[in-house]
Design a protein around this ligand. Structure first.
Ligand code: COA
Ligand code: AMP
Length: 636
């Protein structure tokens, strides 16, 4: 195995322009760039300025031109419906070009925004690629978000069109998307020109005057060609949780993104043209954008699009079936999926039914991976299990253990070493480097490599404040951790109000905003507490208004319903505890960290700054009354 990591890493930092120019050779360009890395307007940097390309051409058409039209491109496997559909590159090109033609008929063109609110069906990927083909900017909204969250994104992105399916399929229930979409449009100030609805037979939607049928639009459209766009033009906006209820619109450009993702498939994941890659995530998350749709297709791999869950649809052997049936070489998912499988089949009995001889590597990311889960997966699968770390903002891995560049020893608990382009530092509150082994805020020296966010949609000032202000000259990741003496990175926690629930990123601040809207709630706090499967789940603390006469159990239940209604089921908000008071410092700051440690059964000390230590006894008494999350044993 080649051992290029050290050399590549050094070169990428010493001469980023040369390093990424070489990687850019993997992409078809329409027009050449003037500048490889332009830092004149932003310290983050803009890549390949002046160049033109089309991302859809690179992900689809060029593979057909190269004679690989009959090679599988998109393998749709739905455990929810028991169906499989394979589109080869020629078939995918045909579907994408025709759907792009349909979008163009509605007047969609370069720079227009299109929101996609869809479950894991091939049409979701086709829609993304069709937007890219026209130079339109897609914004995919995860199906587990409620109407109000969708409305916030509609108002921010101001889409010309919204594309949706009539329904999604969750175990035991059909999620009707269309009423959620209608409610979101009613809540939003911005109104799209039209909606195109994919009717699924499990629950066709009733159509209104604004709605158009997907199949009839696609079948009557003329195929549209790829439109060359600037490398720096936005390809998509993907909203992610920040500290408040207003999500951040992460912008991804076309050129740098295509270069970095194409490069990462071989360098990091060790897959190449014709290999089968599977990211078990959802198109609504960054993993879905980067490694269900764009990365594998840019490289000419076949990508698996899986609709279902790792357990219960029908059983905990589903992942093994998909790997075996479709010849998956490398897979990527969140540790939570493996914790769920392990809980159902800890002996790995279901594995024995499947031949996984062609399976090479399992990649995990999206949340901290506990060493036990990593170890268990390794023992079961008998392949390297690689934890790697990245964010919606970065688009691809900041730290990993790169299969294509030459893997190093795996250290469970660590997310590997920094990848080329990422100059990772660990800083104290004053911005000074901490020593190896000491925990600090993780920051990356600017400029950032291609593929990383250039800005936030409609919010350049928020971009600066959120990421660039705290440590001048660095990108602040919002994560904290340490580095060992061999350069391995350990990502331990967030430095902000973001929590990670089943690999999904949520804002406790956003949940608090919803709870505060309950008429009986005077103040509230939300913290993420440990969960044996989901990693973390949110727990709410509610203080009721002095004049509230409502039974506490009723207010708690209403608070749970309110979060589900306003944010969506993805928040997994199941418990709200009514307490008399919240523990605070003398300056009024709520001691969320102390409450989290108490809920997790971890040792804690009473903070010296607390205004009334007796409140902690009240919190402890309240915590003793709730259900423990899965797998957590609390002392006493
Ligand atoms: N549309 C509508 N509802 C959705 C949804 C969607 N696209 N996705 C999830 N939901 C709902 C679920 O049905 C569930 O609702 P419930 O409260 O009625 O049960 C809720 O949102 C929480 O979903 P989820 O977090 O997926 O929890 P789960 O208990 O259904 O499944 C896991 C837990 C671990 C099996 C699942 O999260 C998983 O497979 N995760 C690994 C892969 C992954 O998603 N990674 C993300 C980034 S890599
Ligand atoms: P998202 O933007 O949804 O991909 O979430 C990114 C966040 O998830 C990161 O900032 C981390 O807090 C967390 N995360 C992702 N991968 C890892 C990992 N391998 N180890 C620890 N935390 C991770």
């Amino acid at each position: 195995m080649p051992d290029n990591w050290e050399d590549d890493y050094r070169r990428s930092l010493a001469d980023p322009e040369q390093f990424w120019t070489a990687a850019a050779g993997g992409i078809d360009w329409h027009g050449a760039w003037n500048t490889v890395l332009d830092t004149s307007e932003s310290p983050v940097g803009r890549w390949f300025t002046g160049a033109t390309l089309n991302t859809c051409h690179n992900a689809v058409d060029r593979h057909v031109v190269a004679g690989r039209g009959e090679q599988p491109a998109l393998i749709y496997d739905s455990a929810m419906t028991g169906t499989t559909r394979i589109l080869d590159f020629a078939g995918l090109q045909n579907e994408v070009a025709r759907f792009a033609g349909a979008l163009a008929r509605f007047g969609v063109s370069r720079g227009d925004r299109v929101i996609i609110y869809m479950p894991m069906v091939p049409e979701a990927a086709i829609a993304m690629l069709a937007c890219a083909r026209l130079g339109a900017v897609h914004s995919v909204v995860f199906g587990g978000f409620a109407a109000r969250e969708l409305a916030t994104r509609i108002d921010d992105a101001q889409p010309k069109l919204i594309l949706a399916a009539s329904c999604g399929l969750e175990p035991g229930r059909v999620v009707e998307y269309k009423p959620l979409l209608d409610e979101a449009i009613a809540l939003a100030s911005h109104q799209p020109d039209a909606c195109i609805i994919l009717q699924r037979e499990q629950h066709p939607a009733s159509m209104g005057p604004r709605d158009h049928d997907w199949q009839s639009e696609a079948s009557t459209a003329e195929p549209a060609d790829c439109v060359p766009v600037a490398a720096t033009d936005p390809l998509y906006i993907l909203y992610t949780s920040g500290t408040t209820g207003q999500p951040k619109g992460i912008v991804r450009d076309n050129g740098g993104h295509a270069v970095a993702l194409h490069w990462s498939m071989q360098a990091i994941y060790g897959v190449d043209v014709g290999d089968v890659f599977w990211a078990a995530s959802d198109v609504g998350w960054v993993v879905g954008h980067s490694y269900i749709v764009y990365g594998p297709l840019l490289r000419g791999c076949a990508t698996v699009m899986f609709e279902g869950k790792p357990v219960g649809t029908p059983d905990a052997g589903t992942f093994w079936r998909v790997i075996a049936e479709h010849g998956v070489k490398a897979m990527f998912t969140a540790p939570t999926a493996f914790r769920a499988i392990r809980r159902e089949d800890s002996a790995g009995a279901l594995l024995k039914d499947y031949d996984l001889a062609h399976f090479d590597t399992l990649f995990l990311a999206g949340e901290r991976c506990d060493p036990e889960t990593l170890q268990w997966a390794r023992e079961q699968l008998q392949v390297p299990v690689i934890d790697h770390w990245w964010q919606t903002e970065t688009g691809w891995a900041i730290a990993a253990n790169p299969v294509g560049l030459g893997r190093f020893e795996i250290r469970p608990g660590s997310a590997g070493k920094p990848m080329p382009g990422w100059d990772v530092r660990f800083l104290d509150d004053g911005g000074q480097p901490v020593s190896d082994g000491e925990t600090g805020a993780i920051a990356c020296r600017l400029p950032l490599p291609p593929g990383a966010l250039p800005t936030l949609w409609n919010a350049p000032e928020r971009f600066r404040q959120s990421y660039l202000e705290r440590f001048p000259g660095y990108y602040q990741t919002g994560d904290a951790g340490y580095c060992d003496t061999d350069g391995y990175v350990y990502v331990m926690s967030r430095t902000d109000d973001v929590i990670n629930v089943a690999g999904h990123r949520l804002s406790t601040g956003a949940i608090e905003e919803v709870l505060a809207a309950h008429p009986d709630v005077a103040e509230c706090a939300v913290t993420g507490i440990r969960d044996g499967v989901k990693g973390q789940v949110p727990l709410g603390f509610l203080c009721l208004k002095a004049d509230s006469r409502r039974p506490h159990a009723d207010v708690s239940a209403e608070a749970v319903d309110l979060v589900r209604e306003r944010i969506g089921p993805v928040a997994a908000f199941k418990q709200a505890l009514v307490v008399k008071r919240l523990p605070k410092t003398r300056s009024g700051k709520v001691l969320r960290g102390t409450m989290r440690r108490m809920a997790d059964g971890e040792p804690y000390t009473t903070p010296a700054t607390i205004d009334d230590p007796a409140i902690l006894d009240e919190i402890a008494a309240a915590l003793a009354t709730i259900n423990l999350p899965a797998g957590i044993m609390r002392p006493g």
